[in-house]
Ligand binder design. Structure first.
Ligand code: IMP
Length: 202
């Protein structure tokens, strides 16, 4: 089955392909320079996922999925949340985003055992300008006191999934892709597409 990912984030596309496996052929917008960047003007992951999937599905034929995801830290009231990609400014590096988050946590006086956080991924599936389904995945964990490991992307070096000692940055793709927020959302998408299982909303 062919899927278009409404993204130019190579890390997301790679994870989506690895998680879905060879039953799916996944491509993203890197080969479509004519499609301009979609402004994420929504106020929730779901809104942003839907608007990205809809915009691309109006321009390209076939099934389109959009992944809107981010890190929610309890001691920061759920920040960076939908602002995860731009938490330290538009062109900030992953390291700058991580540094800002650790600074904010220190400023909030978050104790070592009060660093609960979760990654959330919301996938919207669309075709020809119509949303067919929305699927959510969450993985709970803790924010590490310093970055560890260079694997993965984004905030992976500071996220320790529940039940583990290592960060996603240390664990590597095989383990991350078994349990991540993205894997959990994609399992629901797969059930919907392959088994025809509903309901359509999350
Ligand atoms: P967006 O969904 O394109 O708005 O951006 C999501 C942002 O959240 C990414 O740029 C990362 O900073 C962060 N993020 C989402 N998923 C992951 C993940 O699996 N690992 C680490 N960071 C992630």
């Amino acid at each position: 089955m062919q899927l278009i990912v409404a993204s130019r984030n190579v890390h997301k596309t790679r994870e989506i392909q690895q998680i879905l496996g060879s039953e799916f052929a996944v491509r993203d917008l890197r080969a479509c320079p004519e499609i301009s960047e979609i402004i994420e003007s929504g106020t929730s992951f779901e809104e942003n996922a839907k608007l990205k999937a809809l915009a691309v599905s109006r321009k390209l034929p076939g099934l389109v999925i959009a992944d809107d995801s981010g890190l929610e830290v309890d001691a920061l009231g759920g920040a960076p949340g939908i602002h995860s990609a731009r938490y330290a400014g538009t062109n900030a590096t992953n390291r700058e985003k991580i540094d800002r988050l650790l600074e904010e946590l220190a400023r909030a006086g978050a104790a070592k055992d009060a660093r609960r956080a979760q990654f959330r991924c919301v996938l919207a599936l669309a075709r020809n300008g119509e949303v067919l389904g929305v699927f959510e995945g969450i993985i709970e964990g803790q924010i590490a006191d310093r970055p560890r490991g260079a694997r993965g992307f984004g905030y992976d070096p500071i996220f320790v999934p529940k039940g583990f000692q290592q960060t996603f940055g240390e664990l590597g793709p095989a383990e991350k892709n078994q349990l991540s927020h993205r894997a959990r959302a994609l399992e629901k998408l797969r059930a919907f597409l392959i088994l025809g299982r509903g309901p359509i909303k999350i």
